[in-house]
Design a protein. Structure first.
Ligand SMILES: Cc1ncc(COP(=O)(O)O)c(C=O)c1O
Length: 376
């Protein structure tokens, strides 16, 4: 493995220091939660009684049952779920288990950095399936078909997408499934933002075919990335065994405390999600209205998740570096610059689910003021 730190992690708000930021529009999750804010303020005594043994290596049985009982789970059974340290852990397990130097893999780009960086660190033969602004970031199925080779280890897609907030349709997912099944390869579907899909969360990829490996976590839709709790799902028993071997070599099992918290939160999912989704919807409206009135920016309107990826129009004559300088130094407002996603810095990721409404509105006004001030 050739490890290199990723810009998105080096420059993340938690590494920069939250105290240096007034308006934080970098995040890709809803607001960070506490147990109390999730209605679990009295979980403390239960956690205090928990015997802190090694747990089930596959993962908390109740948690796997709740995940398999999701209304969109389709054919997914509790035994198809492997609990992991975050979606990041799941992606690492999948890449290290299925790839070796020279393995061919097709990954959508832009993407959440790990989806690209881990195959690269392994030395895989990584082919990027470019999603283009001009195409509305839509998947070009013919191009994908032409990239798959007899030895392609997997195709990797993210839906809802980071950083653009666009979504595949179920028909598109089914078409990709048909393709990977016909070519004897697999689809790794990063569904970390699934519960924030619109109009409703899509059904789970792994429930639609044994050729799909689904990945998700508690981090984004529930605002609890600090418990480092995610999972992968596959209905292929041989793969499940392989991924368990990888997990056991990495961490043996998960933190029992993290698993218990995730279990309790997911049991309350039907109660918690409507309120979370209502805030996201209201904030998306605010951003949409602001974008309509901001002549220096253009975007592909997001359809899911809590991020979007606007870009500074060429004809707006904005000095991009001056824009970031003014935004961060004068306004202490942070967005995710394009280089976090190996894209031009005229793009930036704007996260609208994490700040409260006044912070979001102030942040958007600061972006507009900085764009004006950076005109040449
Ligand atoms: C698409 C995607 N996948 C996976 C992750 C990793 O999330 P976590 O490990 O916190 O579950 C992220 C985090 O930003 C992401 O955006």
């Amino acid at each position: 493995m050739r490890y290199e730190r990723m810009a998105i992690e080096i420059e993340s708000p938690e590494q920069m220091g939250y105290g240096s930021i007034t308006c934080n529009l970098t995040e890709s999750s809803v607001a960070d939660a506490t147990l109390a804010s999730l209605g679990l303020g009295d979980l403390g005594p239960q956690l205090a009684e928990l015997t802190l043994a090694y747990g089930d290596h596959v993962g908390h049985p109740g948690l796997r049952e709740v995940l398999a009982a999701d209304p969109g789970a389709g054919a997914v059974r509790p035994g198809d779920v492997l609990v992991t340290p975050g979606a990041a852990g799941a992606l690492f397990i999948i890449s290290t288990a299925l790839l070796s130097p020279g393995s061919h893999v097709v990954v959508a780009a832009p993407n959440y950095a790990t989806n690209i960086v881990t195959p690269r660190a392994i030395g895989a033969d990584l082919e990027l399936l470019e999603l283009r602004y001009e195409d509305g970031y839509r998947l070009d199925l013919d191009r994908l078909a032409s990239m798959i080779r007899p030895d392609t280890a997997f195709v990797s897609l993210t839906c809802p997408h980071n950083p653009t907030g666009t979504m595949l349709t179920l028909d598109e997912i089914d078409a990709v499934i048909g393709l990977v099944e016909a070519r004897g390869t697999r689809l790794v579907l990063d569904e970390t933002y699934r519960d924030m899909g619109r109009p409703e969360p899509l059904s789970l990829g792994a429930g639609r075919s044994p050729a799909v490996i689904s990945v998700s976590s508690m981090s984004k839709s529930y605002g609890i990335p600090g418990i480092r709790l995610g999972w992968l799902m596959t209905a292929d028993p041989a793969l499940q065994e392989l991924f368990l071997a990888a997990k056991e070599q990495m961490v043996i099992g998960n933190s029992l405390i993290d698993e218990e918290i995730a279990f309790q939160v997911l049991r309350r999912r039907d109660h918690l999600l409507p309120a979370i989704r209502a805030v996201i919807g209201a904030h998306r409206e605010i951003v949409t209205r602001w974008m309509r009135g901001e002549p220096a920016l253009e975007w592909v309107e997001p359809t899911g998740g809590v991020v979007c990826f606007p870009r500074i129009r060429d004809e707006a004559s904005v000095d991009v570096e001056a824009f970031y300088g003014i935004l961060t130094r004068n306004h202490r407002t942070f967005v995710g610059p394009g280089h976090w996603f190996e894209q031009p810095r005229a793009h930036f990721r704007l996260g609208y689910g994490w700040p409260d409404t006044p912070e979001l509105e102030d942040g958007l006004a600061n972006i507009s003021a900085s764009l004006s001030a950076a005109r040449v």
